[in-house]
Design a protein around this ligand. Structure first.
Ligand code: SAH
Length: 253
């Protein structure tokens, strides 16, 4: 029996937001590899082996997955959300590129999941309805100077921004610095939303403005959405406002 690797996205948390193909890949695997928090979401059946690891060991985890598959194991590498969005899929291909040529003959597939930005956007309304981008604010993998230049560029270009990894324990002041950079370009009234642990029991949504955004409300389970000058609120009595970005954009910007 030949081995395989499925790089699987488990979605934002709720069982209903786990894609059937992802559930099937997990069920068909002999070995599950991933960060313990994500593996905890999976119910193992008899005989399945769990290889939990620390969040920082991504490359080692990816190599382990490929070498287990080369031994004939059926390996599911799990990530939250989508595996291609700041998650394990890139690590697997990085390991594949640097690894033994024989690994390139392995059966490897990426199984998509619902990324946090889509789950968060759906809760809010349609903040990503116009052109948007996703940025990871983690500075483990890129320097602040690069982050700052990208934030300036996308804010200037008028893109809605989905900020992942917005608050790292190592650098708690990073988000405040990011807001300060954006405030040099965007109006103070620009809509900002904090979507925490979307689709789980710990979900919490806060809608504010760039001028008033409080980074202390943000933790590692929060996605931060920053609108453009055109992003707006539909206020409702007795219910949270909807946030949306109109699809039409006027020339000039
Ligand atoms: N691959 C994942 C992202 C991994 S990076 C995806 O596609 O969603 C981890 C970051 O994702 C967190 O710091 C947080 O910003 C965001 N995130 C993951 N799950 C989330 C959820 N349920 N609600 C809000 N943000 C979430």
């Amino acid at each position: 029996m030949s081995g395989w690797v499925r790089v699987v996205g488990l979605g934002p948390g709720a069982a209903g937001l786990l894609a059937p193909d992802a559930a099937q890949a997990v069920a068909a695997s002999s070995d599950l590899i991933g960060y313990a928090t994500y593996l905890d979401r999976v119910t193992l059946s008899e005989g399945q082996i769990r290889h939990a690891s620390d969040n920082r060991e991504e490359l080692a985890r990816a190599r382990n997955a490929l070498s287990l598959a080369a031994e004939g194991r059926r390996v599911a590498v799990v990530s939250g959300g989508d595996p291609g969005v700041f998650a394990m899929a890139s690590a697997v291909f990085e390991a594949l590129e640097a690894g033994p040529l024989a690994w390139r003959r392995l059966d490897i597939e990426v199984v998509p999941g619902i990324s946090a930005m889509f789950a968060a956007a759906a809760r809010l309304g349609a903040p990503l309805g116009a052109d948007f981008c996703a940025i990871s604010l983690s500075d483990n993998l890129k320097p602040w100077s690069v982050l700052e230049a990208r934030l300036r560029a996308v804010a200037t270009a008028g893109l809605v921004i989905a900020l992942y990894n917005a608050r790292s324990q190592a650098r708690p002041d990073l988000l405040g610095r990011a807001f300060a950079v954006l405030a040099e370009i965007l109006p103070g009234g620009t809509v900002v939303a904090f979507a925490r642990a979307v689709s789980t029991e710990a979900e919490r949504i806060d809608i504010t403005t760039l001028a008033e955004a409080d980074p202390s409300l943000v933790d590692m389970r929060t996605l931060v959405l920053i609108g453009t000058a055109a992003t707006r609120l539909i206020v409702r009595e007795g219910a949270a406002p909807f946030v949306y970005s109109p699809r039409f954009v006027e020339a000039s910007a």
